[in-house]
Design a protein around this ligand. Structure first.
Ligand code: PEP
Ligand code: MN
Length: 679
């Protein structure tokens, strides 16, 4: 009787358990839908708040029902944590949840096989499309023809794949995963024939290298190279010649119905290729999953700079898994570094280390944090990132697709703050150092007008000791009918004048679309007063490895100005120079009121260099030189001065442009101006 009753109760219990699992499954379905909706809206979501509310609500229900709130909280934390992995794994897909994935190669090539392995491991449904080159695969991703691209980045015998590193540097792509693939070559032919009867072998050049020892045992064989192992296999199958075989993966042999004459013919039996999985935006990964983070880092061009950066990582308990150096474009004999280390930007410890790196390196691009494949396959006790489940980890659990790394600390403008870096930042433009103990004079016309005008001015200001040549080619003018600048043709004239005189050049960037092209040509990119709070522009400038001169907005406070500089630093580029150029006040005797006290305030509050533009600051030729001297006296790191061969005829800012004679006089006296003791 009692046993029957227990049995009946047990069976009801089983029913409840089944129902519980069903409900969990329903919750996951909904989470999946939310994940897809989030991806479509591409919005950054505030999830910590949402999660707190979910946990509070279920705890409340638990209390009402007399169940332990603590138990329910723990159960739900587990469920939510799983939801995150599910959403992360889901990544972006189309309406049916299918991910479109681009790879390089044909069907059954290594790229294809690695991509298949990746999608299988993540439980993804995917539509895989092959492309002829790595660049084409990445282009498909950027053109929104795919959500993911899988490209090889290194091979344990052949080393790094430089073209992929170039793509990571140039393109707006992020790493969201990695995959490893064991290189396993076989020799396959249409029929099972003795090796001695083979006359020709088709293979990829790398495959021939990787099987060199085996090939030495077949001296009678000639080789033909193919772009792709899978293509070599297909060619052998199509030709159907018994004397011709191909080297490639066994999967490709099977797909082409070839007979495998010999397995495992690589010289090394431990040859792996590592692939990275790219996306258009980074993903946030649950801090409890062992992660790697990849960075592009430009170090200061000085002794020990790289070592200092590496010490920041090791000092904060991050072990490095890869360091690759590549030439820095446009900077002969300078290098940029690609760095992989164990860590996750979602962890405060890693976010803090990145902040510290930012204050030591002129440029950083965080390529992303992603589940570490190699770590999961070969776990090393005690070496996994120390992220244990805790309250703060739980708070980030439902964050899925975010466009920026979550901040670690909340202090305002923390990167520009003097507290983050006690030494002055010294910005390098061409061969010139701006900031610290030096004093840099940037001079030239308001606008580039002709080859002769910019050439004459460049030679003159150089001979008077100026360090940088200025010239606007895109002009922000109050009236649409006023001269708007010569545009790209003006840039060519400025570049030529800079080259001829050996002066680095500075010019204004007005729009997001101009950033990349101007950054290729100019040594410093000027952000005008009217664009100081153009946040899209600031974000874009944060992504380039070029110094930025950020002018103060017409009616901006110092705090707002520092906030604008913080945008650039927060997006990677640490090379910002601030330029005081006068602000709007009730005073009308001068074009603007040059706020020289800003120099003193900024020297105290930030480590960034501060220069002064007395031309726009006063708007009137006779006032320029005295205010320039005053700027030097209060401790500015330099000046920006408008100079024109015939100021009265200048197409912009005629009233404030100095003649050659006036600029010469300014420079002569400048050298004698005493400066304040360091502030
Ligand atoms: C300039 O330097 O020519 C210029 C347009 O300056 P601002 O943005 O300070 O007005
Ligand atoms: Mn001007």
């Amino acid at each position: 009787m009692t046993t029957d009753r227990i049995e009946a109760l047990r069976s009801r219990l089983d029913g409840v358990d089944t129902e519980l699992v069903r409900l969990i499954a329903r919750r996951f379905d909904l989470v999946g839908e939310i994940g897809r909706a989030k991806e479509r809206s591409a919005s950054t979501i505030q999830d910590a708040e949402r999660e707190r509310r979910v946990l509070e609500a279920v705890e409340g229900t638990a209390r009402q029902l007399g169940v332990s709130a603590n138990l329910v909280r723990r159960v739900f934390q587990e469920i939510i944590s799983h939801a995150v992995s599910q959403q992360s794994a889901q990544l972006a897909g189309d309406d049916t949840g299918r991910v479109r994935l681009a790879f390089q190669g044909v069907e059954h090539s290594t790229g294809h096989l690695a991509a298949q392995k990746f999608v299988a491991g993540r439980g993804l449904e995917a539509h895989l499309v092959g492309h002829p080159t790595f660049r084409a695969a990445v282009a498909a991703l950027l053109a929104d023809e795919a959500e993911l691209a899988v490209v090889p980045i290194e091979n344990t015998s052949a080393g790094s794949i430089t073209e992929v590193y170039a793509l990571l540097r140039e393109q707006a792509v992020f790493i969201v995963g990695e995959e490893t693939w064991k290189v396993d070559h076989c020799l396959a032919a249409p029929d099972m024939v003795p090796l001695a009867s083979l006359g020709r072998i088709l293979a990829q050049p790398q495959a021939l290298e990787q099987c060199a020892q085996f090939l030495q045992t077949l001296p009678q064989v000639a080789t033909t190279t193919y772009m792709d192992s899978a293509e070599a296999m297909r060619a052998v199958a199509t030709a159907g010649d018994a004397g011709v075989a191909a080297i490639g993966p066994p999967e490709a042999a099977a797909a082409n119905r070839l007979a495998i004459l010999r397995h495992g013919i690589s010289d090394s039996d431990a040859d792996y290729t590592r692939f990275v999985v790219l996306s258009r935006s980074p993903v946030a990964v649950d801090p409890r999953i062992p992660c790697k983070t990849s960075l592009i880092l430009v170090t200061r061009h000085e002794e020990g700079a790289l070592l200092r950066c590496l010490e920041i990582l090791s000092g904060s308990g991050h072990s490095m898994t890869k360091l690759e150096s590549r030439p820095r474009p446009g900077k002969p004999w300078e290098y940029m570094f690609f760095l992989d280390f164990e860590g996750n930007v979602a962890e405060p410890r890693t976010a803090a280390a990145l902040d510290e790196l930012r204050s030591s390196a002129p440029y950083i691009k965080v390529l992303g944090s992603y589940p570490a494949k190699a770590l999961r396959e070969h776990p090393q006790p005690g070496q996994l990132p120390g992220a244990r489940p805790d309250e703060s980890a739980a708070e980030t659990l439902e964050a899925v697709v975010v466009t920026e790394s979550p901040p670690a600390r909340r202090s305002k403008h923390r990167l520009v703050d003097r507290a983050s870096r006690s030494e002055d930042t010294v910005v390098q433009a061409g061969g010139l150092l701006i900031g610290g103990a030096g004093f840099a004079v940037m001079a030239g016309p308001c606008s580039v007008e002709s080859a002769e005008q910019i050439g004459d001015t460049a030679r003159f200001v150089r001979d008077q000791g100026a360090h940088v040549l200025r010239g606007g080619v895109f002009k922000p003018r109050t009236s649409p009918y006023a001269f708007q600048g010569l545009g790209w043709s003006g840039l060519e004239l400025l570049v030529a004048a800079g080259r001829e005189t050996g002066l680095p050049i500075i010019t204004e960037v007005m729009a997001v679309e101009q950033v990349q092209r101007l950054a290729q040509a100019a040594d410093i990119l000027q952000v005008g007063a009217r664009n100081m709070q153009n946040f899209d522009l600031l974000r874009e400038l944060g992504k380039v490895d070029r110094p930025v001169l950020l002018k103060r907005g017409l009616s901006s406070t110092i705090d707002e100005w520092l906030g604008a500089a913080e945008y650039v630093l927060a997006h990677g580029n640490q090379q910002v120079i601030l330029c005081e150029r006068g602000i709007r006040t009730f005073e009308s005797a001068t074009r603007n009121t040059l706020d020289l006290s800003a120099v003193v305030v900024l020297r105290e509050r930030t480590h960034l260099p501060v220069i002064v533009d007395p031309s726009h600051g006063t708007g009137y030729r006779p006032y320029v030189a005295p205010m320039a001297w005053a700027a030097r006296a209060v401790g500015a790191h330099g000046l920006l001065i408008e100079v024109h061969p015939a100021p009265q005829q200048a197409l912009s800012d005629a009233d404030q442009s100095l003649s050659f004679a006036e600029f010469g006089a300014l420079m002569r006296h400048l050298a004698t101006v005493p400066t304040v003791p360091s502030v």
